[in-house]
Design a protein around this ligand. Structure first.
Ligand SMILES: [Zn+2]
Length: 415
């Protein structure tokens, strides 16, 4: 199974907006950007919502049949490992092998030596075509990189083989992800990680390294955009060279776990992949849920009251809700509006505070992030929340399409 050049990962916490999400992808296609959709959901998210991988598959299939979509589409078992992959096997055809926790894990001396005997040919001056300055690779560098990443890639191979054993070769797409860590991987490290991926025979079609800067959920990039540009460009060139030098799928491409809303760096990514004619997988987070809350707020009346009540409950349970996301959110609690103040807001004020329009006087990144992680509160409302969202499905869908197409895709490719 081959992944198309441009793929867009979409999250949908409550599995209600599949059609609206697909409409946004369809709009991109009409504008000449042939994205294929990948519905992604992690085990963590399923557990919090009490949903199952079958629900994501059902949502994707239904959206595709409702819109008569006749291009590929996929369902991503996001951030799985050996402990969590099994419930996804039947329903997913895209697997994000998350081995971040295995960075630095022990590998036997013999296995390290065996790998080093293959990697040794790259010691000395390493020139990557397109990157002006060559890299100096010492035996020490190699040992250090192996110490950090060999165990992680070996684990990815174990997960890959487990999935292959159940689904069969060529019946799924594999991504290797190491993004949920503090320290970014350098282009040189990426080069040797790709050598390891080839060495352990993982036919990965996408790789998600940790880039420099913070990729907080649902808000803009925080970091040095120029450094990101340099790193991203070098990573593209490293992948190009690795694909030509190692035994790796020719369509291997970068996967950006963007956490959504990385408005500052989307144009940089779009410009560079077009410059080198490369593909990309842009994974976004479950921010469609925020568009549902915005839609409720705009609908007014009871729906607006529900949006306010979601905020109040999330505000009261900040620690609990933010805990699992500590490394991917930054909220200064002292800047958050008090629920009693929010209770007095009109439709537009609530929507404008939550909606991510950079420079909008009402936009509040902390408010947005808190509601982003507050989906558990809505999950606890069970049918009351879902019924309200369905009752206002038109206004909600409009928010979802505008968010994905206008705010994300149009920034990536200057359409
Ligand atoms: Zn990720």
């Amino acid at each position: 199974m081959k992944l198309d050049k441009y793929s867009f990962g979409i999250g949908d916490r409550f599995a209600q907006q599949g059609e609206a999400q697909l409409k946004a992808i369809e709009r991109a296609r009409e504008a000449g950007i042939p994205f294929v959709p990948v519905w992604n959901k992690s085990n963590r998210e399923h557990q919090i919502i009490h949903s199952s991988p079958a629900d994501t598959r059902r949502e994707a299939d239904q959206a595709v049949s409702a819109l008569g979509w006749d291009h590929p589409y996929h369902v991503d078992a996001d951030h799985i490992n050996l402990d969590t992959v099994d419930p996804f096997l039947e329903h997913s055809d895209f697997f994000t092998l998350d081995v971040a926790d295995f960075i630095g894990s022990q590998v036997s001396q013999q296995e390290v030596e065996e790998f080093l005997s293959v990697a040794d040919q790259y010691t000395g001056v390493l020139k990557i075509p397109g990157i002006p300055d060559p890299f100096n690779i010492s035996r020490n560098t190699l040992q250090e990189i192996s110490g950090n990443f060999l165990g992680a890639v070996r684990e990815a191979a174990a997960i890959y083989q487990h999935i292959e054993g159940k689904k069969g070769e060529d019946n799924f797409i594999a991504e290797v992800s190491m993004d949920e860590v503090e320290a970014p991987q350098t282009p040189v490290e990426l080069f040797f990680i790709l050598l390891m991926i080839s060495y352990y025979k993982i036919p990965a079609q996408t790789i998600a390294p940790k880039f420099t800067g913070r990729f907080n959920k649902g808000v803009d990039y925080v970091g040095d955009a120029d450094q990101f540009r340099r790193e991203f460009e070098q990573d593209l060139l490293v992948i190009d060279f690795a694909v030509k030098s190692f035994d790796l799928p020719h369509n291997l491409k970068l996967s950006i776990h963007s956490g959504s809303d990385k408005f500052t760096i989307y144009p940089i990514m779009g410009e560079l992949i077009q410059k080198y004619d490369k593909g990309i997988h842009v994974k976004t987070a479950g921010t469609t849920w925020l568009e549902e809350v915005i839609g409720l707020a705009l609908a007014g009346g009871e729906a607006l009251e529900m949006a306010k009540s979601i905020y109040r409950r999330a505000y009261d349970r900040q620690e609990e809700l933010c805990g699992p996301y500590a490394s991917v959110i930054d909220i200064d609690p002292s800047t958050l509006p008090l629920p009693s103040e929010v209770d007095r807001w009109q439709e537009e004020k609530f929507a404008g505070t939550l909606r991510h329009i950079p420079g909008h006087p009402d936009y509040h990144a902390g408010f947005r992030q808190l509601i982003h992680v507050g989906y558990k509160v809505a999950a606890e409302m069970d049918n009351a929340f879902l019924e309200m969202v369905r009752r206002h499905s038109d206004i909600v869908a409009e928010q979802v399409v505008t968010n994905i197409y206008d705010r994300h895709i149009k920034r990536l490719f200057k359409i």
